[in-house]
Write a protein of this length. Structure first.
Length: 367
């Protein structure tokens, strides 16, 4: 029986934060940095005067109080359970008073404003998945299971006339933007394990994984296959030490999973190149990247033009028992917009309607 396993960073399916659509990388990074700072400040047990001042500055800077403005994020409060702030004045003369004395003084959270993606983008994302036609597909940057199911049924099944996947799952992770790691499968998903609560050994009180490292058990014949999905720390506001720590933990999870089955696959957007310490931590366990298999003869990267190894961010790693079962390896790039190097789908005409800036990686295994 031939099984096709794939991984694809979809860059979300229907809705994504408006900030991700900003053309300027500097502005995007600044907003996301301020968003993270605000979340960190709001989680403090007590708000002293300096903390209140900094919170007020960030709230005003990004116009979080005014739904009529093009604000990047807002404060979502539960009515009747205290309030975080009050405002006086309007426009540029508005002032913020932080009335909550600490985190227990109000109930709510900060949320990025989301925008519906253009249909062309959603359609092109679907085209990539339809063309790959994997039996087991790890999907990275998925909003939630409801979104994944609607995409599965309405885009793959409706628009593209493919048979929807009978099994889909997403476990909510730690990313405050709400992007998770999920799975679509034609074979039964029989159990799941989450690592959202794994502690960061170098940051007391913090979780290790930026998203999660979900373990999905998939029943294939008499031997279950375990798929470990990942989206390691991004290179935006880079923290390579955190990514290395995450990779080492994934390596440990992989080795533990081998006690349950010889078929354990590590896949996803690992956000680092093959020579990096993070990737070496995984390859050191005996895992092997399918793009290093003799059956693969394409370009070395998976991100952007993909013409160099430093553009390789996406991985499908196999244990030794599966390596000799590989029949074919390919990278589907046609959802990317890079006209000087890639012949895209005819419906991909700019970076604004590309499916993703990541390619999908897949391998056929004889199981």
């Amino acid at each position: 029986m031939t099984i096709r396993i794939a991984t694809f960073n979809t860059e979300n399916l229907f809705r994504r934060p408006k900030v991700f659509r900003l053309p300027g990388d500097k502005q995007r990074r600044e907003i996301l940095s301020d968003y993270s700072k605000l979340i960190s400040l709001l989680e403090k047990k007590t708000y002293d005067d300096k903390t209140k001042e900094r919170i007020a500055e960030l709230l005003k800077k990004h116009r979080v109080h005014d739904s009529r403005k093009d604000r990047p994020f807002f404060v979502n409060e539960t009515r009747g359970q205290g309030t975080l702030f009050k405002t006086r004045g309007s426009g540029e003369h508005v002032t913020f008073e932080i009335v909550a004395k600490g985190r227990s003084g109000w109930t709510g959270w900060v949320e990025l404003v989301r925008d519906d993606l253009d249909w062309e983008v959603v359609h092109n994302t679907g085209r990539v998945i339809a063309e790959v036609d994997a039996d087991i597909l790890l999907v990275v940057e998925v909003e939630d299971r409801t979104t994944l199911r609607r995409f599965n049924e309405q885009v793959l099944g409706g628009d593209l006339k493919k048979t929807p996947y009978p099994y889909d799952m997403v476990i909510d992770g730690n990313d405050p933007r709400g992007i998770d790691v999920g799975i679509l499968s034609r074979h039964p998903i029989t159990s799941m394990r989450s690592h959202v609560f794994d502690p960061d050994p170098d940051r007391p009180g913090e979780y290790l994984f930026s998203r999660d490292c979900p373990e999905y058990e998939i029943q294939i014949g008499g031997t279950p296959l375990w798929l470990l999905g990942n989206h390691l720390k991004s290179q935006s506001g880079d923290d390579p030490e955190l990514r290395i720590a995450q990779a080492r933990r994934v390596a440990s999870i992989y080795q533990s999973a081998l006690e349950r089955s010889p078929y354990v696959v590590v896949a996803g957007d690992l956000n680092d190149e093959p020579s990096s310490e993070a990737i070496r931590a995984l390859l050191g366990t005996g895992l092997r990247d399918v793009m290093s298999h003799p059956e693969y003869r394409g370009a070395p990267g998976t991100h952007g033009t993909g013409t160099s190894e430093n553009q390789k961010l996406d991985y499908l790693m196999l244990p030794p028992p599966l390596w000799d079962q590989v029949q074919h390896v390919e990278v589907e790039r046609r959802g990317i917009w890079a006209p000087s190097t890639i012949k895209s789908f005819d419906t991909v005409t700019s970076k604004w309607n590309r499916a993703s800036d990541h390619a999908a990686v897949y391998a056929d295994l004889d199981l």
